[in-house]
Write a protein that binds this ligand. Structure first.
Ligand code: FAD
Length: 404
């Protein structure tokens, strides 16, 4: 590439804000447009998982951006899966041989806010409350709208990057002029987020004697904080990841429609039905979730799907990355991790500076697509493993043998 072009980035989520940091550090003039208002001022409108599993692939991106020291204090180590059976007995299945092979739980909101600040400190300009509406591909002018006051804004660019998530508006605009070979496969299962508050906030009357003692001692967590908790129940499951301040984000994954004896979101339409379901299947978690019935009613049911896209770029004009190019189901906890790898790879390729944008984009897709295809397939497989196999004695024996 002859000289460093001005780069316009759509979306300042996890991947967009990391990429903006990496590119601005390397001397690019980076302008970012983000649909939401600034979460550092207005609070984080999460909607989706409140925390995420951060793995080594994701840490690598944060390390390259020089951010490990700011993220480490908000990350809780998870050394394995703690599996809860219906009687409430638990067992820990380690991810590796020791604590050098672990994953981490981080707050999505805090991580995103930290990355936004890092991007600005590196020199990127972020415009909030600016939603991409359309692109004029002949002139590379983009049209944006502020949803709060309905004002419009036009921005001239020479190179467009889309990190605007699974429902990408940039992808839609690209589809208007070329066939990207898009396919969205719905899983047919949805998810609902609930919460286990920090132990000091739980009503003592509902707790076991052991937990009351822990509460009196001043313990922060109502369950083992250093594990990813799973309640596998065959065709569905709950999981819980710890937050640094003592709470757990609990996620119920369940088919949308019931089949035979297996429940679905369509059968959980009354508080009584939800209560009976949780008392039967997740009895040990119920006393730890005093507001679960309100949360269940109030929180939206999220949908899960895998996005398959044959082409990630429109010649040298626009490129998609992160969920905009390869949204996956969350069962390997790798969507953000994979998107962070995209950001590092793209920043390296763009700053190498010896090829035209169309070549850089084609090379990016050549390097990254096999990886994102592989993790998409593994994420689908892992749903079956987590909900149905982690409490199977044969599977446990096989894992033990693998460790010897
Ligand atoms: P997003 O995070 O979706 O960010 C896109 C950004 O673009 C947003 O800020 C949005 O406001 C903005 N935007 C959207 N449209 C426009 C527009 N028109 N104009 C301007 N801006 C726009 N991944 C993991 O690695 N580990 C996990 O444990 C994990 N758990 C998950 C659990 C659940 C339930 C789900 C659903 C996902 C999970 N993921 C996990 C996946 C992870 O959330 C995504 O892979 C990650 O958020 C992708 O980042 P992104 O920046 O590409 O997209």
């Amino acid at each position: 590439m002859p000289s460093k072009p001005e780069i316009t980035l759509i979306g300042a989520g996890l991947v967009g804000s990391l990429l903006a940091t990496l590119l601005a550090r390397r001397g690019f003039r980076v302008t970012v447009f983000e649909r939401r208002p600034d979460p550092r001022i207005h609070g984080f409108i999460g909607g989706r998982s409140i925390n995420l599993a951060l793995a080594e692939r994701g840490w690598h991106g944060l390390r390259v951006a020089g951010l490990t020291e700011v993220i480490a204090p908000i990350a809780v180590m998870m050394r394995g899966r703690r599996v809860h059976d219906t009687a409430g007995t638990t067992n820990l299945q380690r991810y590796g041989r020791d604590d050098s092979e672990v994953i981490w739980s981080v707050s999505r909101g805090q991580l995103n806010c930290t990355l936004l600040t890092a991007a600005e400190q590196a020199g990127a300009t972020i415009h909030f409350a600016q939603r991409l509406e359309s692109v004029d591909w002949d002139t590379l002018r983009i049209h944006l709208r502020n949803d709060a006051d309905n004002s419009q804004h036009v921005h001239q660019t020479s190179l467009l990057l889309g990190a605007d998530g699974a429902g990408s508006a940039l992808r839609q605009a690209m589809q208007g002029v070329t066939d990207l070979g898009e396919r969205m496969d719905a899983l047919g299962h949805g998810y609902k987020e609930l919460e286990i508050p920090p132990l000091p906030q739980l009503p003592p009357a509902a707790l076991s004697a052991e937990l009351r003692e822990a509460q009196a001692r001043g313990d922060l967590f109502a369950m083992d904080p250093n594990a990813l908790h799973i309640w596998p129940r065959g065709s569905y499951m709950c999981i819980a990841l710890p937050n640094a301040e003592g709470s757990f984000t609990v996620t119920l994954f369940l088919p949308g429609s019931s089949t035979g004896t297996a429940p679905g979101f369509d059968t959980l339409t009354t508080r009584d039905a939800v209560a009976a379901f949780f008392q039967r299947d997740f009895a040990d978690a119920v006393p730890l979730m005093p507001d679960y019935l309100d949360d269940f009613t109030r929180n939206p049911t999220g949908l899960l799907a895998t996005l398959y896209l044959e082409r990630w770029h429109l010649d040298g004009r626009a490129l998609l990355l992160g969920d905009a190019a390869h949204a996956i189901v969350p069962f390997h906890g790798q969507g953000m991790n994979c998107g962070f790898e995209d950001a590092v790879e793209l920043a390296d390729l763009l700053s190498a500076g010896h090829a035209a944008p169309a070549e850089v984009f084609a090379e990016f897709q050549r390097r990254r697509k096999p990886n994102s295809d592989a993790i998409a397939a593994m994420a689908l497989d892992n749903y079956v493993e987590m909900r149905d196999r982690v409490d199977d004695p044969d599977y446990l024996l096989m894992r033990e043998l693998e460790r010897v």
